[in-house]
Design a protein around this ligand. Structure first.
Ligand SMILES: [Zn+2]
Length: 166
């Protein structure tokens, strides 16, 4: 079982909880699907995913990920998240709820683990449609008809990650 370490730098108060939830739920799915990698929030090993916020990402519920690899093996990745993740509601724009933040982070973590192209549905679909809840806790992202959270991996994502992380 390979470990990939996740570094939460100074990313403000909003994202660390989303990152921890994404790590926990992705690790469950990796284990259930015989994907041989686990994300670790504690430890100094390599490879590492560095998480940061990027003020230049605006008006989107999507981050950016850059990876460095050698012969297909992950060396390091930088996940950039928007400072503001706003969702349009009947009462106006407000900050998106924790479920939406978790999906944004989990999507970028799977990019970091090696999925470059988007999937037709589920977690690696893009773009997703924001669906505001009555309160932030009910906010969702819809991926080709599938409501997220909970995180769900499409078969192509599972197969790719199984091959990259045997
Ligand atoms: Zn993406």
């Amino acid at each position: 079982m390979a470990a990939v370490y996740v570094d939460l730098g100074s990313i403000g108060p909003k994202w660390p909880t989303a990152c921890r939830r994404a790590v926990a739920h992705l690790n469950e799915l990796f284990s259930q699907n015989a994907i041989g990698v686990s994300l670790a929030l504690i430890g100094q090993g390599a490879p590492r995913i560095t998480v940061r916020t990027d003020p230049s990402i605006k008006g989107t519920l999507h981050g950016h990920t850059q990876t460095k690899t050698t012969s297909g093996q992950l060396l390091s990745a930088v996940v950039s998240l928007p400072v503001k993740a706003s969702i349009n509601t009947p009462d106006g724009m407000r900050e998106a709820g924790p479920g939406v933040l978790e999906i944004i982070v989990a999507h970028e973590f799977v990019h970091a683990l090696g999925q470059v192209k988007h999937s037709a549905s589920q977690l690696m679909c893009s773009p997703m449609t924001p669906v505001p809840g009555d309160s932030p806790a009910g906010d969702l992202l819809q991926a080709n008809g599938v409501n997220l959270p909970p995180i769900a991996l499409a078969p192509d994502t599972v197969q790719l990650l199984q091959s990259l992380w045997p």
